[in-house]
Design a protein around this ligand. Structure first.
Ligand SMILES: [Zn+2]
Length: 291
């Protein structure tokens, strides 16, 4: 059978891929035996075939990797948001609700020089601080979590386990109103006594705002440095967490609780800010700088 080389060469790509029927394959092979021109064409085709394969699969793999990385980032973002909401819910449920003084929730029992405060069933937590000269301050609270979930009661508080003198016990309702003498005699010069909220969180907030301004300005000047931008996210995360945990207020009667709450909330908040920064700011700026 005498077939023109042009037809055989049209079939060669299919032949190298082994896509021909047995009959066509036979015809091509028969022609190849007697035609050196088509043999060289076949060699050229064979040596060229791996390249286009590579060229098409490598970008595909990259695209696939990018899609997978994108899916993972979206998953991480959802996880950070879920963690944030869970933390805020937990903080809200366990937030202390300070109690006004009520004789039904607090009475004193004395025995052998010891003074014991017996707390009512509404009380799930308390803070007792001892001042100079046998002066004590007591604050009582409960929380939704303690009452409804743990069914906890604070029970009793022994004021002076080592038999110290108890001259006066004041009740602070953590409201900014004057403390109330609920046991003993008022100490001299103690009229209009008031327990003030702690203000340290105020200073931390101001410090974070200052840091954010400085780092933010530096990051604007040195746009090339993504590290600076990521560093500026730390005070920003602190400020946002403070607002999420405490709202507008920054005075607190439970500074350790509030500070640890802010620091816990900071973790997912920083994660979310980091991902927003990666997604929307980093690529654009680096592309712009490459031009
Ligand atoms: Zn030929």
């Amino acid at each position: 059978m005498n077939i023109p080389c042009a037809i055989i060469q049209d079939l060669l790509p299919l032949y190298t891929e082994d896509l021909l029927s047995d009959e066509s394959k036979g015809v091509v092979e028969e022609h190849l035996h007697q035609c050196t021109l088509c043999q060289t064409e076949l060699q050229a085709l064979k040596s060229a075939t791996p390249l286009p394969e590579d060229r098409s699969t490598v970008p595909l793999q990259k695209i696939q990797q990018r899609i997978q990385a994108g899916k993972m980032k979206t998953g991480l973002l959802y996880a950070a948001i879920a963690m944030l909401f869970a933390l805020l819910l937990m903080l809200w449920l366990t937030a202390p609700r300070y109690l006004e003084y009520s004789p039904s929730q607090l009475r004193f029992v004395e025995a052998d020089g010891k003074v014991m405060a017996v707390l009512g069933e509404e009380v799930t937590g308390y803070e007792l601080s001892q001042g100079p000269g046998g002066e004590y301050t007591l604050t009582l609270w409960n929380s939704f979590w303690d009452q409804r979930v743990l069914h906890r009661q604070a029970g009793e508080v022994l004021l002076n386990p080592h038999g110290e003198k108890v001259e006066a016990v004041y009740y602070s309702s953590a409201s900014g109103f004057p403390d109330r003498l609920i046991y003993g005699q008022p100490l001299t010069g103690e009229e209009g006594r008031i327990t003030l909220p702690r203000l340290a969180l105020n200073y931390y907030l101001l410090l974070a705002v200052g840091l954010l301004l400085v780092l933010g300005a530096m990051a604007l000047v040195r746009r090339r440095s993504p590290g600076l931008r990521r560093l500026a996210l730390v005070p920003l995360a602190y400020i946002l967490s403070h607002v999420l945990v405490l709202g507008g207020s920054s005075s607190t009667y439970a500074i350790l609780r509030d500070l640890s709450g802010i620091l816990m909330v900071m973790i997912p908040v920083y994660g979310i800010l980091w991902m927003i920064n990666q997604r929307f700011f980093s690529p654009k700026i680096s592309e712009g700088k490459n031009n």
